[in-house]
Design a protein around this ligand. Structure first.
Ligand code: PGA
Length: 272
């Protein structure tokens, strides 16, 4: 079987950190310290910092994509304080949807997340769909965890057209909720098992071989010290990094290790 070469992706989720005054410089510093061939880099600052980060990266001619941390599930209307896909035009080319902090703090349901995916597709934004189980579910065992995660996956993906999601470059981030911001990361083997469950979940809804091409990232307390454990797993294609993504040293270490995986994949690839 010819294995497809999936890209290696490191996405920085800055969450509710940085300001328009300091975000550009941080982005430029991280970009300059993570110039590694074969790794796609994305920085997702807060909405109000998107323009500063875009401008800083453009001025420095850095090939780092800019992503938003969320997008509204409706096209436009009476949604005070929310941001639509059209508003992101020219500011971001990627978007995170379904992050567990949004599900928790803004009561986002799978149905809403499906709407966000739809808006991302229409706007030509590359979506990173976040899914992951709570601690109690993980404690019930890996089958229980996989069932919950695949349910979230189906809830977000099934209302949308599979080909449109593939064309938009759908990326899935497996982020166990108990590992986010806690300093407790999942084991590499558990993340790999979940990546397989996710791709099997897509096959089960008739994605066929398209499932194999969907990048699956791991997220949850990723650092330069533990990234290798995840990237050693062939089914894991990179990381969605929160806390450590604000630290240039950490990002340098994470992306350097991602470059090792990128090199290995290129040398294995039949088209390399
Ligand atoms: P963390 O966050 O790396 O701080 O755990 C990851 C995420 O929420 O995307």
């Amino acid at each position: 079987m010819i294995r497809t070469m999936r890209p290696v992706i490191v996405a920085a989720n800055w969450k509710m950190n940085t300001t328009p005054a300091d975000a550009g410089e941080l982005a430029r510093t991280i970009a300059s310290r993570t110039r590694v061939a074969g790794v796609e880099r994305v920085i997702c600052p807060p909405f109000v910092c998107l323009a500063a980060v875009r401008d800083a990266l453009m001025d420095a001619r850095e090939e780092v994509a800019v992503g938003a941390q969320d997008v509204h599930h409706e096209v436009a209307g009476a949604f005070t304080g929310d941001i639509s896909a059209a508003m992101l035009d020219g500011l971001a080319s990627w978007v995170i949807v379904g992050h567990s902090e949004r599900r928790r703090d803004h009561a986002e349901t799978d149905e809403r997340v499906a709407g966000k995916l739809a808006r991302a597709i229409e706007a030509g934004l590359r979506p990173i769909l976040c899914i992951g189980e709570q601690l109690a579910v993980r404690e019930a065992g890996s089958d229980a965890a996989a069932a919950v995660v695949v349910d979230q996956l189906w809830g977000a993906v099934m209302p949308n057209d599979a080909d449109a999601l593939i064309a938009a470059g759908l990326v899935i981030a497996y982020e166990p909720v108990w590992a986010i911001g806690t300093g407790k990361n999942a084991r590499g083997a558990d993340a790999a098992a979940m990546a397989s469950a996710i791709r099997n979940g897509l096959r089960a809804i008739d994605w066929g071989d398209r499932a194999e091409n969907v990048p699956v990232l791991y997220g949850g307390s990723v650092t330069a010290a533990n990234i290798a454990e995840f990237l050693a797993e062939p089914s894991i294609d990179g990381a969605l990094v929160g806390g450590a993504s604000l630290k240039p040293d950490e990002m340098a270490g994470i992306v350097a290790r991602a470059g090792v995986t990128g090199d290995a994949r290129r040398s294995e690839s039949p088209i390399a």
